[in-house]
Design a protein. Structure first.
Length: 66
């Protein structure tokens, strides 16, 4: 599955209200962030943000499945 940038993840679909990405989309964004880092710089703020998005989506998807 090809990685997408954060920009394309959020600009592809424009929800009418606030929305979070799915757990799979957040995971994909995290993988892209890791794969595209430059000069061993670690974008910790971006990683933490995406990890929070993934955690929230995972909780929501788990709750919906129960």
């Amino acid at each position: 599955m090809p990685a997408r940038s954060l920009e394309s993840m959020y600009s592809t679909l424009r929800p009418a209200g606030p929305a979070r990405p799915s757990a799979a989309e957040a995971n994909e964004a995290i993988r892209h962030l890791v794969a595209t880092r430059v000069d061993d710089e670690w974008p910790s703020e971006a990683y933490e943000f995406l990890l929070e998005e993934w955690a929230a989506a995972s909780r929501a998807e788990t709750a919906a499945a129960q």
